[in-house]
Design a protein around this ligand. Structure first.
Ligand code: NAI
Ligand code: MG
Length: 503
């Protein structure tokens, strides 16, 4: 359990004294950093410190990887049956459901996301552990018709020690997307949460022993990307890195992983087009455009940040979006009617703010355009809509990861497809039309890993998730997510009892 956890209430005490202290979870034990170093974690709505977390340096990373390696190579884990790994995951899912309210509140406080969204996230976390609990004993190999008097077959085996580096926008959900399939496959894990949002993953770590994980199977270490994350990627005893985050860091990870030829899977976000044809259902379309970019404050890898609108409805559409965007309720994350909370951190707030300034030089502002002034504290940014945006503009090319939409007009299907695909990214796209011929032509022409028709953002554990182009490689979720943690062993059994007769 996190040590010296204190209840936080509306108290006047200095924030540092009411903050909890969390350690790292290594080999089934809570451990301090070997140098005693910690880093602060904030509530982005109050800008106050809510926790201090032990910062793992390279020696601490080595300790965690060594524990995961030992748990994989010996100990009870390699003998644990697939059925039993599944049962452990089911028990963890139960724990999450029992503690869903606490986890949602902690997630909401730490990320700034509205509590109602955090509740959906936590329910999905439990579903993810259940899904992979069920999948654990359904991993099978093949028998192959080789032209020989032999039996040829494949065995599916775990990849080994997985290093898992996750972002701050869906903290516990991203932990689940990575840990659940790894455990189902029989791997061991060293998870590094984002330094902004480590708290819910640490709560989860507090239940691992109780639900039956042997020590060392799942370790949770914390710290900055440049130190803790980089040490995990470089460690020679790690077999695979799974990463979700920025494309810039994804590229660093691939370079570093090359030294030890680790397997790597990457989910790197994007600049996803959300395309509206004139025949789309009007109300659904306007709502879908806003939902696509403003859900989770726009801090979504698949955010529909480029809104492409057919010229004949363009002006009216921008007007309708603007009218509705102005009524989006910003508020404290724990408010049940809040639709947008603050951005996750000061750094992200400044980054998004600087893109808004760039946008003002590149296009016209329809809504928002800066800080939400009604709040004296907190990293609140207005839902912002730019229109008459050129697809070549920086706000149309670079991932902003905040509540900033770029609306771009188009003439006809071919131009919509051309603009949609004119991006280095390829995570997701959506198209809105009532014409099924057009819808499916557009679906086939998008170079992206996830396509929605007449919706944007619904994500289900059963269906694959990941990108084309510079949005990364590999797929999470569904059976595809498990594949990322499996090796394939080819076995040949000679049934011919006579000598080869070659020499
Ligand atoms: P980031 O990519 O730096 O952080 C994501 C994770 O990677 C964190 O756990 C971080 O500690 C770790 N990390 C950072 N540098 C590392 C390194 N050299 N080696 C190993 N691990 C490292 O993202 P950041 O700086 O928080 O956000 C910047 C931008 O990245 C955002 O504005 C957004 O555009 C993008 N981003 C995309 C995400 C996605 O879901 N695709 C999630 C988070 C950020
Ligand atoms: Mg970074």
């Amino acid at each position: 359990m996190p040590s010296s956890h204190t209840k936080r209430g509306p108290t006047k005490r200095r924030p540092t004294t009411e903050a909890s202290t969390y350690k790292n979870y290594v080999n089934g034990q809570w451990v301090d950093s070997s140098t005693g170093e910690t880093f602060p974690v904030y509530d982005p709505s109050t800008e106050q410190i809510i926790a201090h977390v032990a910062a793992a340096n390279s020696a601490d990373v080595d300790r965690a990887v060594t524990a995961a390696r030992a748990a994989f190579d010996s100990g009870p884990w390699p003998q644990t049956t697939a059925q039993d790994r599944g049962r452990i995951l089911f028990k963890l899912a139960d724990k999450i459901r029992q503690n869903a309210a606490m986890l949602a509140e902690l997630e909401s406080r730490n990320t700034g996301k509205p509590i109602v969204e955090a509740e959906f996230d936590i329910a999905d976390v439990a579903t993810c552990f259940e899904y992979y609990g069920g999948l654990a004993n359904k991993v099978t190999g093949n028998v192959l018709p080789v032209p020989a008097n032999a039996l040829s077959f494949t065995l599916r085996e775990p990849v080994g020690v997985a290093g898992q580096i996750i972002p701050w926008n869906y903290p516990l959900l991203m932990a689940a997307w990575k840990v659940a399939p790894a455990v189902a496959a029989g791997c061991t894990c060293v998870l590094k949460p984002a330094e902004q949002t480590p708290l819910t993953a640490l709560r989860l770590a507090g239940w691992l022993d109780e639900v039956g994980f042997p020590p060392g199977v799942v370790n949770v270490i914390n710290g900055l990307g440049e130190t803790t994350g980089a040490a995990l990627v470089a460690h020679p005893a790690v077999d695979k890195i799974a990463f979700t985050g920025s494309a810039a860091v994804g590229k660093l990870i691939v370079k570093s992983a090359a030294d030890t030829l680790k397997r790597v899977s990457l989910e790197l976000g994007g600049k996803s087009p959300n395309i509206f044809f004139a025949d789309a259902d009007w109300e659904a379309a306007v709502d879908g455009a806003l939902f696509g970019i403003f859900i989770n404050q726009g801090e979504v890898c698949s955010a529909g940040s480029r809104i492409l609108v057919e010229r004949s409805i363009y002006s009216k559409f921008v007007e309708a979006m603007t009218e509705k965007a102005k009524r989006i309720k910003l508020g404290p994350p724990l408010g049940r009617d809040t639709k947008m909370g603050p951005l996750v951190s000061k750094a992200q707030y400044e980054r998004v703010g600087s893109y808004i300034e760039i946008g003002k030089k590149e296009a016209k502002v329809a809504a928002g355009g800066g800080r939400a002034q009604q709040f004296s504290k907190g990293y609140y940014m207005q839902p912002t809509i730019f229109y008459d945006v050129q697809n070549s503009a920086r706000i149309a090319r670079e991932e902003i990861f905040g509540p900033v939409a770029s609306v771009i007009p188009f003439d006809g299907e071919q131009e919509a497809i051309r603009i949609a695909n004119d991006t280095p990214y390829g995570l997701a796209a959506a198209v809105w039309t009532r014409d099924i011929f057009k819808a499916f032509r557009v679906v086939k022409s998008f170079r992206a890993g996830v396509i929605w028709v007449n919706h944007m953002q619904p994500t289900y554990i059963e269906a694959p998730w990941g990108g084309y182009k510079q949005s990364g490689f590999g797929r999470e979720l569904g059976p595809w997510g498990l594949e990322e943690y499996l090796e394939t062993k080819q076995v040949f059994v000679n049934l011919d009892e006579t000598p080869i007769g070659w020499y």
